[in-house]
Design a protein around this ligand. Sequence first.
Ligand code: KG4
Ligand code: ZN
Length: 352
Amino acid sequence: MRLLGIETSCDETAAAIVERDAGGRGAILSNVVRSQLTEHAPFGGVVPELAARAHVSHLDRIVARASADAGVPLADLDGIAATAGPGLIGGVLVGLTTAKALAAALGKPLIAVNHLEAHALTARLTDGLAFPYLLLLVSGGHSQFVLVRGVGDYARWGGTIDDALGEAFDKVAKLLGLGVPGGPEVERLARTGDPARFRLPRPLIRDEGLDFSFSGLKTAVRLAAEQAAPLTQQDAADLCASFQAAVGEVVTSRARRALGRFRADLPQQEPVLVVAGGVAANQAIGAGLRAVAAEAGARLVVPPLPLCTDNGVMVAWAGAERLALGESDGLDSAAKARWPLDSPDMGLRHGH
Ligand code: KG4
Ligand code: ZN
């Protein structure tokens, strides 16, 4: 089966066509992503209204490109998938409404995809992973551990109680006057900095659970920056390095704990940790996770970066996984700003 996937929940307008064979193997036939980075840059963050309007302006053309690149006319598709949440509601409405219109006009099933499920299932397309596995999703909007037991079957083991990890990187970049997106800028500067210069907190590191908290750390960076002001280039680099060391330590210690829980809860299973989201690009955090996985005897899977950040491929693939199980959604499906992976409506309706 071949599906179109539409992603508009944040600042990427994306569409892709993915094929899934009867054996559950996937192939990417096209993948078109248009980032709105330059539109939002003057505001130092994503402006929801601007994002929604940019999705409206570009989505038709991007869907047409996805179809042309794949050499698959829309009429030949087996289904239309779109992110229905969670995300910025204006943008989600643009993508979901477009998908509904296409589904209605073409007479194809609609699959209203949970954006987090799309991130969670990507590794099955890229690495042919079997269930169960542990997902660490670290992006601009999310920081969570999810046990992925099957399509529609998720247990959230931990989340952030305030800022997401990517958001913390972005806020640190903003307060240091660096460019957007902040994460890569902080990482670049951190390479020339001293990670031991500033003593920053490691929030929740001794906590028994698997939750994250980054807002206090961000405040500690701001206070340190104010005390050291006016900042030289080296001061800024030292702050970035100290911040990155702090979050790196928090993430790796949480991952160690999560893998320990995986071993305890699922003793028969090979522990597998999948990392997704834009922060997966961070090499220092990646190296820390590789070390933790090796130490725990776990397999670490990081899908190719363009598939870790927001894209249409993951939406099309999640749609295909659901359609293959006989699942589709009504044209009255609602767009949702909030939609946790473990909410009851994520379960399969046909009970497989
Ligand atoms: O997954 P993503 O593209 O978009 C969503 O948030 O859904 O993630 C973007 C986030 C931004 O906060 C960005 O600063 C962060 O990922 N990021 C990084 C790096 N590259 C991107 N954070 C730290 N280090 C990086 N190299
Ligand atoms: Zn995302």
